[in-house]
Write a protein that binds this ligand. Structure first.
Ligand code: PRX
Length: 631
């Protein structure tokens, strides 16, 4: 059960073992879980198809490992502390037994609504405890959950519902986020106008808004849980049965449904959680992510529960009612381990030190960051003002596709180097590849970050389109999983993540494909063509810079900008709003019609003097126009 490595020496030994005898290494870890039927084989794999199977022949249910197995020893231990958006409202605390009963009850309610093993369920909810219940209840009965972040628009949700062919949507009337309220049920209704697969919508009453309820389709959460039992046998799942689909953006087309399966994901979620954060039995752990992203799946829901930990969940935003909210919550609940995003740190840093200095923060032991590279200044601020120089910072590199943390420090046991994620966890074999696809073996070199051996929580497929999974991740370099990131290895072998090398923009730790935003903008009737690039942004890490060709140069550019932004918000959501829109009469294209994004990036970055060779462009003059009109 205690899967922790407890020193750097032990780390090195385990790492070596994990490379020499990977199957034995993972077998020992997997053995500590509850299996309905023990697996026959630890691993079967090849990266060509790709086909990766972990713990095949095994049967299990992840919720038995999250809940049932803790009841004897930890039945009265807190599983969850929930802090509401409004600090004046009451917070919620549930023990493992209470959470178990609520999950079983809602699992029975799902069954009563005809939800069966393998059915896809879209969850579009606020950060309330019932979101956790909904996720676990799906897993309990073998339904495949797909959580959609509650900041996505109706159109983005409709795409996901259609792709997953979801049968059920679980939502709420609305949500609170800072001073704002968002009418979730209304957004679901709009999405469902174009989706035919959904038979049932379950609505949690969060704000007493009395939304429209469509007879025969919409039911209230509080009604469906009436009269059902508080015990629900867990569905025995095959190790490689689907556990969830989570949509994420890539460099081409619509977001893809990343598929994670039951056993491997379970093993890696618990193993990485315990090791990276070095969680002790009595610790209070808080991850500020939203369950709509992979961080929330692995390190709010599954990792902590699999480990019997107490995990705090927060409904609101870091700046409401003031920029001291995170620190107030840390002191109020004596948080020991705190995991957040560089964007949040930078945003709070910009609000001034007074907000953090008025809290003691003396319960904190380990700090973490995730989602994007952390700059030195933000790292130092976090270390000094939040950690009071006493807390190691784990800079955790991973992806939706990796399912869990891949490169990171292990609490205080690893050497720490600001802006460096550090060393791979035992079991993870990263590689840097050069332009020719050859592995770079030396240190102090930079290259394309790949992984050369499978790990249990790796992506298995992209839902409904295995070819896409192969093309995006396994076809760039034969025999390697390609991450899409560039990285540098320093003289000591520590990894520093440089950022995406594909057409993915990371805004506040959220991924968007340039094509995805361009497709959205192009649906605006004024827009003929557009090209989007990322540029460095002080708070968000990267901002979105759009070059737009309209059918006529807009006479009122502010109006046109407003209209285009509105289109993006409608198509994707507010999180994908372009920061800057420049109207242009043409784009720098090669003779074969390919947009030279390198030029657009340089202009957006304010480095128009470093454009390099533009002679291969179809119309080199367009560059002067773009440079002179840069925002
Ligand atoms: O570019 C890397 C960046 O976030 C990408 C993955 O995004 P997503 O799937 O949304 O998952 C985010 C949370 C795990 C990566 O390809 N990234 C993630 N963590 C780090 C990071 N970049 C630098 N340092 C990190 N610690």
């Amino acid at each position: 059960m205690d899967l922790r490595i407890k020193s750097f020496e032990e780390y090195k030994a385990k790492y070596a073992q994990s490379v020499e005898k990977p199957e034995q290494f993972w077998d020992e870890i997997a053995n500590s879980f509850n299996w309905v039927k023990k697996y026959d084989k630890v691993l079967d794999w090849e990266f060509e198809t790709p086909k990766v199977e972990w713990f095949s022949g095994g049967k299990l249910n992840i919720t038995e490992n999250c809940l049932d197995r803790h009841l004897a020893k930890r039945g009265n231990k807190l599983a969850l502390i929930w802090e509401p958006n409004d600090p004046k409202e009451r917070f919620v605390r549930w023990t493992y037994r209470e959470l178990y009963e609520k999950v079983c009850q809602f699992a029975n309610a799902l069954k009563s609504q005809n939800v069966k093993k393998g059915d896809r369920v879209i969850i579009y909810m606020p950060m309330i405890p019932e979101l956790k219940v909904a996720v676990l209840a799906c897993a309990r009965i073998g339904a495949v959950h797909s959580v959609v972040f509650a900041g996505f628009s109706a159109s983005a949700m409709a795409d996901r519902i259609e792709d997953a062919k979801a049968k059920v949507v679980i939502t709420s009337d609305g949500l609170n986020r800072g001073t704002k309220q968002i009418p979730l049920k209304r957004i679901v209704d709009e999405a469902l106008e174009s989706c035919s697969s959904v038979e049932t919508v379950i609505v949690y009453d969060c704000l007493s808004w009395l939304p429209n309820m469509k007879p025969g389709r919409d039911v209230w959460w509080h009604d469906v849980i009436k009269d059902v039992a508080l015990e629900c046998p867990a569905e025995p799942m095959d190790a490689e049965d689907m556990l969830f689909i989570l949509y994420t953006s890539g460099s081409t087309g619509k977001p893809k449904g990343v598929v994670h399966t039951c056993a491997g994901y379970m093993v890696y979620a618990a193993y990485s959680f315990q090791n990276v954060f070095q969680v002790e039995e009595s610790d209070i752990y808080w991850c500020t992510a939203d369950i709509g992203w992979i961080t929330g799946h692995t390190y709010i829901v599954y990792g902590p529960l699999l480990s019997g930990a107490t995990s705090l969940m927060f409904e609101g935003v870091p700046t409401y009612p003031d920029p001291g909210r995170f620190w107030q919550i840390c002191d109020k609940h004596s948080v020991n381990i705190f995991y957040t995003a560089p964007t949040a740190i930078r945003a709070l840093m910009a609000c001034g030190d007074d907000h953090v200095l008025s809290y003691s923060l003396d319960s904190l032991k380990v700090l973490g960051t995730v989602g994007e590279p952390i700059n030195e200044e933000a790292w130092q601020w976090y270390h000094l003002h939040v950690g009071k120089r006493n807390c190691p910072i784990v800079d955790t590199w991973w992806q939706t596709e990796t399912g869990g943390i891949m490169i990171s420090g292990l609490g205080a046991h690893s050497p720490m180097h600001p802006t460096h994620a550090g060393y791979p966890l035992p079991g993870i074999q990263p590689a840097l590849l050069n332009q020719e696809g050859k592995e770079i073996l030396e240190n102090e070199e930079e290259g394309y970050l790949c992984i050369k051996f499978p790990w249990p929580s790796m992506i298995r497929t992209t839902y409904g389109d295995h070819e896409r999974c192969k093309n995006v991740y396994f076809s760039h370099y034969d025999g390697y999983y390609f991450t899409g990131d560039g990285a540098k290895r320093d003289k000591d072998g520590m990894y520093r993540i440089i950022g995406r090398v594909d057409d993915v923009i990371n805004v506040s730790g959220h991924r968007f494909g340039t094509a995805e935003i361009e497709d959205a903008m192009n649906t605006n009737p004024m827009v003929v063509e557009s090209a989007v690039v990322g540029y460095p942004h002080d708070i968000k890490g990267q901002g979105i810079y759009a070059y737009v060709i309209c059918n006529e140069m807009p006479t009122d550019p502010d109006f046109a900008r407003g209209s285009i932004i509105e289109t993006v918000v409608e198509q994707i959501g507010k999180i994908a709003k372009p920061e800057k829109i420049q109207f242009v009469s043409g784009l720098p294209k090669t003779r074969s019609g390919k947009i030279m994004r390198r030029i657009l990036r340089k202009v957006a970055e304010g480095e128009a003097d470093k454009l390099g060779d533009t002679s291969t462009l179809l119309d080199p003059d367009i560059v002067d126009e773009i440079v002179s009109g840069a925002i």
